[in-house]
Design a protein around this ligand. Structure first.
Ligand code: GLN
Ligand code: ZN
Length: 769
């Protein structure tokens, strides 16, 4: 290989593009179909038009090889399940009766049949539907969707590359089907799955694909030797096929590590690697294996999951190094652009000086094209782009938004003592007991009460100017009065104000903190037709004024029982936002923590004796590789403690997390040094209580006894039974009684009935003590 020929061949490509359309047309069409307002044909037409427009836009922007098959009506992992024929038993009838309705039944369930489980796609905020496999799974190839989408692109006269979830990742993302022993390993099905991939590849080649991309992001996680062997076998077998397109194996979200030599040696024609900061180790590792002689390297130098402009000069230098390491070097984003919003230019309410720091999917596409052009034809051609890029980067670095000296100085002055409560838990706990005077098995809720249509209308009315701030304030106060009076009547011990003023637990605070930006159109798919607009951590974070005190103290003024203050913790504030790439995450977390600490202190000063700081995202941002976790957990737990440690010993700090499996972070939960933690536990029959006990967790805990993800009302006896189970792991002096999570998605009737039963259960079990 020569550097010149590798450069001359450089092309621009992407692995995937936002699916929703500029106006979220896809969401509207799919939801319209569910409601019977849009026909299947109309839905298919909308989808086809969106795909066509996306491809045309990419091609017009200069992308030389467009992806196909990245589009999905709901989720691309579910599409893969359809492609390999792994339809769960319980959905077969529906799928056979009508493929489209059957597809949505798998995604969302029906009256009678449960959907596939949904979980996070690696460490992103996208959720996929988990394949369910077992020893009896029979795979059959159905390449129709993939082939049809490829043909659409070819008919447009474009060069297209189908993108599939790779076989190893597909199996590693799967779980044992219901009824299959929990220790069944889906990866044991590899030999059965490969022939199906072989068939799909042959079909795609027959339809005109020169290249097919197989995504194997699961290989950036820690893998056992057996799993690496499976990857080796998979690509040896697929590589050995005669009737197949060229294969590009793609990895993203982190470094490949031990999987890199495996893939580098595999008989495939190309590899796509992440070269953003998070995966920087790929560069040295690639050199260490002697590069990819004879292969195509697709270099993910543009960050596909954050929204900042690329440093073009820096990317060019990375690309320059890579040129010596492969036969051909192409330029791409590090991963599918599915994880970023569509177009920064649509953000008319953000200062244009700041908009030029932002790159959403459209802007990233342009960056990729610019870089590929420079690589192929020299940097002279992109002189204008380079100087604009330099100016934008300089404006960001020099902006008072990104560097607030007061915030920096305060963060720098933080000492270890600042993140420690003034007394150890045992002493605090006695002081809290005396101060609060709660019964054994105290009852509480997680914070939010049903977000009624009226509340959403009130917010819309305020935005549209139909009511003034005072009118809005009064509507919120009315809601708080109702929530407080309901809780008092029901006999709940520690009350909440119900969070009626919050649109979203992160956005609400982001809107009030300096340094955060909100977008108007920055929608990103979370799952299916659910899109979120993550706020942007753009600058140094400070809190101009109290954010929650007036609501909490109003609620407290209505009752003699303690009302819990309710805040979102620093780690979750980062996890559900776009984060800075010009400051270490730990430093941003510390800034957010200091702002929240002021809020905690103000709540205490205004008479709040119980304050909950929610960290539902603590576990989801856990780095993909175990070696990186200690660092993360160190800054994450420090940020939580910094938020909560400014209060007096008798002020009780609660935290809340909503997942049932957290064996791997029990120590971190302990390190938060919160006085009380509430967790999701109803579905797993108090599993978390046993895990906490096994760890010797010394503090108070409320494993949930009411599954709020379902409209079902748990009976008092059922909740009591869960409490008795909980008591086997956690002594009565330390056990709380609460639902799994907040109630904002529930309706009032089931909330009322469920909480009444919860209080009744607590009373019954107290009487048995
Ligand atoms: N306090 C929040 C609520 O009750 C917690 C939400 C969450 O854990 N996701 O809504
Ligand atoms: Zn929760």
């Amino acid at each position: 290989m020569t550097t010149e020929s590798a450069a001359a061949a450089a092309r621009a490509t992407v692995y995937g593009y936002p699916r929703q359309g500029p106006d979220r047309e896809l969401k509207k069409a799919v939801e319209g179909y569910w409601k019977g307002r849009v026909t299947a044909d109309a839905l298919r037409q909308t989808a086809a038009r969106l795909r066509r427009d996306n491809r045309q836009q990419l091609a017009d922007a200069g992308i030389q090889e467009v992806p196909t098959g990245d589009f999905s009506l709901y989720d691309h992992v579910l599409d893969t399940t359809v492609m390999v024929g792994a339809i769960p038993e319980r959905h077969r009838e529906a799928v056979a009766a009508d493929a489209l309705d059957g597809y949505f039944a798998m995604a969302r369930g029906t009256q009678d049949v449960a959907p596939l489980e949904m979980t996070k796609w690696f460490d992103t905020n996208y959720h996929y539907l988990v394949p369910e496999l077992g020893p009896g799974t029979v795979f059959t190839a159905d390449s129709s969707q993939q082939v049809a989408q490829l043909k659409e692109a070819l008919a447009q006269g474009l060069t297209a590359r189908p993108v599939l979830v790779g076989p190893v990742t597909y199996l590693l993302l799967a779980k044992p089907a219901p009824g299959v022993p929990a220790d069944f390993e889906p990866l044991t099905l590899l030999d059965r799955l490969l022939p199906v991939y072989a068939e799909v590849l042959a079909d795609l080649r027959a339809a005109g694909a020169e290249w097919v991309q197989l995504d194997e992001p699961a290989l950036v996680q820690d893998r056992t030797p057996a799993e690496l062997d499976a990857a080796e076998r998979a690509y040896r077998d697929l590589g050995a096929l005669t009737d197949r397109p060229k294969l590009l194996v793609a990895s993203y979200f982190d470094r490949l590590g031990e999987a890199l030599p495996v893939l580098a040696k595999a008989p495939v024609e190309g590899l796509a690697l992440d070269f953003t900061e998070a995966a920087a180790a790929n560069l040295d590792a690639l050199a260490a294996v002697g590069g990819l002689p004879g292969k195509r390297l697709v270099a993910g130098v543009v960050n596909g999951r954050n929204i900042w402009i690329n440093d073009l000069q820096k990317s060019l230098s990375t690309l320059g190094t890579l040129l010596g390491l492969a036969d051909r070097v192409d330029v791409a984003a590090s991963c599918s652009l599915l994880h970023v919003p569509l177009d920064a230019a649509a953000e008319k309410e953000i200062d244009p000086q700041i908009v030029r720091w932002l790159a959403f999917a459209r802007q990233k596409t342009a960056e990729i094209v610019t870089l590929a052009k420079a690589l192929a034809q020299g940097t002279d051609l992109i002189a204008a782009e380079l100087s604009a890029n330099k100016a934008a980067l300089a404006s960001r670095a020099g902006s008072p938004l990104t560097r607030d000296p007061a915030v920096r100085a305060r963060a720098e002055a933080v000492t270890d003592a600042d993140s420690r409560r003034s007394q150890p838990y045992a002493e605090r706990s006695a002081a809290q007991r005396a101060q609060l005077g709660l019964p054994l098995l105290p009852t509480t809720t997680i914070g939010s009460f049903p977000q009624t249509g009226e509340l959403r209308t009130a917010r819309a009315d305020l935005r549209a100017g139909r009511i003034d701030p005072a009118g809005y304030e009064e509507r919120i106060r009315t809601e708080i009065r109702e929530v407080i009076s309901f809780q008092e009547k029901t006999g709940i011990d520690v009350l909440v104000h119900g969070e009626p003023e919050r649109n979203d637990m992160v956005q609400y605070f982001a809107e009030q903190l300096t340094g955060y930006l909100a977008t108007q159109h920055g929608w990103v798919q979370s799952y299916g037709t659910r899109y979120v607009r993550p706020p942007v951590l753009a600058g140094d974070i400070s809190r101009p004024e109290p954010m929650t005190v007036r609501w909490t103290s109003y609620a407290q003024s209505l009752s003699d029982r303690p009302v819990k203050g309710m805040l979102t913790g620093p780690v979750t504030m980062l996890a559900w936002s776009f984060v800075r790439d010009d400051l270490p995450l730990g430093e941003t977390a510390r800034q957010v923590a200091l702002a929240l600490r002021d809020e905690v202190d103000d709540l205490e000063a205004s008479g709040t004796s119980v304050i909950q700081v929610d960290e539902p995202a603590l576990r989801e941002t856990l780095p993909l590789r175990a070696a990186d976790r200690a660092d993360y957990l160190a800054w994450a737990t420090e940020a939580f403690r910094l938020t909560t440690s400014g209060v007096r010993p008798e002020t009780q700090i609660h935290t809340h997390m909503c997942y049932a499996e957290f064996g791997d972070i029990v120590q971190a939960i302990d390190d938060l040094d919160a006085d009380v933690i509430s967790l999701e536990a109803a579905r797993s029959h108090m599993q978390v209580a046993r895990e906490l006990a096994a760890h010797g967790y010394p503090r108070e805990a409320g494993p949930g006894v009411y599954d709020i993800h379902s409209p079902r009302v748990p009976s008092a006896e059922e909740a009591a039974e869960l409490l008795r189970t909980g008591l086997k792991a956690i002594p009565a002096e330390r056990l709380w009684v609460n639902p799994d999570c907040g109630l904002k998605t529930r309706g009032w009737p089931e909330t009322r009935a469920s909480l009444e039963n919860l209080v009744a259960a607590a009373r019954t079990v107290r009487a048995e003590l």
